[in-house]
Design a protein around this ligand. Structure first.
Ligand code: SAJ
Length: 424
């Protein structure tokens, strides 16, 4: 199939990079979002998200005219839905954005079009929810238009590279739909393109993130056991990983972001009696911020009235995304235990989080601090010189929750140094 135009619905972490890359490969792209602030910002050359290399790509695409940003869906050869699928309080998938994106395509759907859902969704969403909505147009899926599910699998921080290099799974509601999806993504994807059916593709995406969640849960549980037995978990993991069939991930303050901490629930919701291990792992990762807060409280011999210079709020290193961030939960737990937290997040200096006091530079965080807590291993934190920090603070305790600082160097500078299951 030939594609000259594309409309991408949702200008978030996935939609905006995807739209810009297609635009830089000779397709005319409309990037649509319902959020007026995002649209106005992009028109004014301001990006609402940080991702390495994205700004230049978006600006080039906008100035060449190959990418147009709009608050409305426009007719196109193909449509990509890349909207968020969060969960409700009770952990059920919130598909409202997917449903309204599909509805917004209906008036513009033409014979021969291709529609692709990229948003992570519970099994059967494409066939049971999206197809019937699109068919309100009077057109029949598989006969008049093609429909496929193709999960995004890119890692925040490396999105532009991975969008091109990663293998791409395309699950069609029928074979011609999968093949049409392949023809579209072939324009930008250098990695393998694997065709399957829509529900299998939905399941693959959920399995990938769920298996990562479970692997991080076991690493977190190992860290608790190591703490109990006075073992340095980092040394133990390094040595265990020398085994050719062992690859233990990193323990930390918990699991966050909009993907791994959310997606496993879609399987639990779909089959609660079967998805036992998945649910337990979620629980372990969700408890990790409280566990780390307990370690900090113990190291500080109580937190009441103590001031904490809290470094990092993002859900992982070198990104600005604070959605479901375990660092934010850790900050709340420290406050509940009586600490006064000044949080510094260089990637998002004003995240507007309720109940968290944020400062805009390191010096303000360090001022009057009793304890320094490293919650996210951002590169710029890793590079901090402990001797220079020592001159800027009266804190004498450092707690590295993410194994990013050299214990000996901080001790040499004059600090007492503690960490998550850390001896060396
Ligand atoms: N984390 C650990 N220990 C580790 C690895 C990660 O505690 O060893 C934590 C991170 O700090 C973070 C969370 O887990 O809080 C998730 O981070 P991540 O880097 O594992 O994953 P995401 O959420 O940035 O991206 C994942 C990726 N999925 C897999 O690796 C299977 C990505 O490929 C997906 O596209 C993305 O989810 C998504 O959008 O679904």
């Amino acid at each position: 199939m030939k594609f000259d135009s594309l409309c991408v619905i949702g200008m978030g972490y996935i939609g905006l990079p995807t739209a810009s890359i297609f635009a830089s490969h000779g397709i005319h792209v409309t990037g649509m979002d319902i959020n007026a602030d995002i649209i106005d910002g992009l028109h004014a050359g301001k990006l609402h998200i940080f991702e390495p290399g994205l700004r230049g790509l978006v600006m080039d695409a906008l100035s060449s005219g190959s990418l147009e940003i709009s608050s409305e869906v426009r007719p196109a050869d193909a449509f990509i839905i890349a909207v968020p699928t969060p969960f409700y309080e009770d952990k059920r998938a919130d598909l409202r954005a997917v449903i309204s994106a599909a509805e917004s395509i209906v008036p513009h759907l033409r014979k021969g079009n291709l529609v692709i859902l990229e948003s992570t969704s519970p099994p059967r969403t494409t066939v049971d929810i999206v197809a019937p909505i699109l068919e309100k147009s009077g057109l029949k899926s598989g006969i008049d238009f093609k429909l496929a599910y193709s999960p995004e699998r890119v890692l925040p921080g490396r999105i532009l590279r991975e969008l091109v290099d990663n293998a791409r799974v395309i699950g069609g509601i029928d074979r011609p739909s999968a093949e049409a999806g392949r023809d579209l993504y072939r324009k930008i994807v250098k990695g393998d393109i694997i065709l399957t059916d829509a529900t299998t593709a939905e399941m693959i995406k959920l399995m990938e993130n769920t298996s990562r969640d479970i692997n991080i849960a076991i690493a977190n549980e190992f860290s608790r056991l190591a703490q109990k037995f006075d073992v340095d978990i980092w040394e133990a993991i390094e040595i265990a990983n020398l085994h050719p069939r062992v690859e233990i991930l990193r323990p930390g303050v918990g699991v966050g972001g909009h993907c791994i901490s959310v997606d496993p629930w879609f399987l639990v919701e779909a089959a609660p009696e079967t998805a036992q291990l998945i649910k337990t792992a979620r629980g372990i990762n969700d408890e990790q911020p409280a566990f780390v807060a307990g370690l900090i409280e113990e190291a500080a011999d109580g937190l009441v009235g103590k001031k904490v210079a809290f470094l990092g709020l993002a859900f992982k290193p070198n990104v600005d995304d604070i959605r479901e961030s375990p660092a934010v939960h850790l900050a709340h737990h420290l406050q509940t235990r009586g600490a006064v937290v000044d949080a510094y997040e260089p990637f998002k200096e004003n995240a507007g989080l309720t109940g968290i006091h944020q400062v805009t530079n390191l010096e303000d965080a360090l001022q009057d601090a009793d304890i320094i807590v490293l919650a996210v291993g951002h590169e710029q934190f890793k590079d901090l010189d402990p001797h220079l920090i020592y001159e800027k603070t009266k804190a004498n305790l450092v707690f590295d929750a993410v194994n990013s600082w050299d214990k000996a160097a901080w001790e040499n500078a004059g600090f007492q140094f503690m960490g998550l299951a850390r001896k060396y």
